[in-house]
Design a protein around this ligand. Structure first.
Ligand SMILES: [Fe+2]
Length: 346
């Protein structure tokens, strides 16, 4: 299967990966032939793209970092504000990731506008756990980090919905209100449970920047809790690569470029480096545009050589950018259909 952004999906294409709601109900099953009406509906609902099955990509299987059932259960516990359950799910997320040992982060998360907030929190938790595992964290540390990431935006519940959902730029007053949400997350976590201080600190400091330009306290470098440094990176990455009512999703390579651009000023260098080791620039099953103008499918990524994957041209020819000398001068320009990085607001 391969991933196609929603604007490029055409009637007659076959769905390769079904679409489910948070109750695990199938909205559209694998194998469904997409019609114009279905594509229109998916666009309205806010899906950034879908996986389709075709001749070119029939041998490509996309693995998920955690099971769909666990992801949906965790999302549901947050939506229902069953916070004790959400903590239990955080523990299960860590255990599934630890069991898998090699974690594939190839799956492009499929979500609608409606379930964005909760899916975002779970996605940030999964990404943070994978990155921290790569940085050498043990199970107990991973669980606390994962809980912190699941709840990092809990305080947004107390922010005016009109500000949260405002399409476009926030004015100064609205921005000041928005900047209170990490403190609210911290306060809500402090009041509700007897949970470790580091879980609360991860949420409190997730918008702090290395150079002191972040909020709520303007902390610098070492004063920022290590959990928050990880959550900061995964939060921005996930927000950038999401489609929102007021912006298109930017491509994964553009989101990664943004992280690299902010390395040392916004983001911690070690965290960004760990991130780059685990999150492919061009995930398997995505389409890329080459420097000679051709489009190709990403078939395999090579660890530590993520800019030189194995590709398949639309006529079926294999191009191994790492191992085939004749393609040395060929480079990937961009993920096919990518959009420009837009400013990250909140
Ligand atoms: Fe936040």
């Amino acid at each position: 299967m391969r991933y196609i952004e929603i604007g490029k999906v055409e009637p007659g294409m076959m769905l390769g990966k079904g679409i489910h709601d948070i109750y695990n109900r199938i909205l559209l099953a694998d194998g469904k032939i997409l019609t114009e009406e279905l594509i229109e509906r998916l666009t309205e609902l806010g899906y950034a793209g879908v996986y389709i099955e075709d001749e070119l990509s029939k041998d490509i299987r996309i693995q998920e970092a955690i099971s769909l059932a666990l992801r949906n259960s965790a999302v549901r516990s947050l939506q229902e504000l069953n916070l004790e359950k959400a903590i239990e799910f955080a523990e299960k997320i860590v255990d599934q990731i630890l069991e898998a040992k090699t974690v594939s982060l190839d799956l492009m998360d499929m979500r609608s506008f409606d379930d964005y907030t909760y899916r975002h929190s779970v996605n940030v938790a999964v990404l943070s756990t994978v990155i921290a595992m790569g940085m050498g964290y043990g199970r107990e540390d991973l669980i606390d980090l994962c809980v912190s990431a699941v709840f990092h935006d809990l305080g947004k519940m107390l922010i005016d919905k009109d500000i949260l959902n405002k399409p476009g730029k926030l004015n100064c007053q609205e921005m000041e209100a928005m900047k209170q949400h990490p403190q609210f997350s911290y306060d809500m976590l402090s009041e509700k449970w007897n949970i470790p201080a580091r879980v609360r600190l991860g949420a409190l400091c997730h918008h702090e920047n290395e150079d002191g330009s972040g909020y709520p306290k303007g902390l610098t470098g070492e004063k920022i809790h290590p959990f928050a440094k990880i959550i900061h990176v995964t939060d921005v990455y996930d927000a950038l690569s999401s489609r929102r009512p007021y912006k298109e999703a930017c491509s994964f390579s553009e989101a990664l470029e943004y992280l690299m651009g902010g390395c040392g000023t916004m983001f911690d260098k070690e965290v960004v480096e760990a991130f780059l080791n685990y999150v492919p620039v061009y995930p398997r099953g995505s389409m890329v545009e080459l420097s000679d103008g051709r489009e190709a499918l990403v078939v395999e990524n090579y660890p530590r050589n993520l800019l030189r994957p194995q590709l398949r041209l639309t006529d079926g020819t294999t191009l191994d950018l790492l191992n085939q000398r004749e393609y040395r001068s060929l480079t990937i320009l961009r993920q096919a259909g990518g959009t420009l990085v837009q400013a990250y607001e909140s």
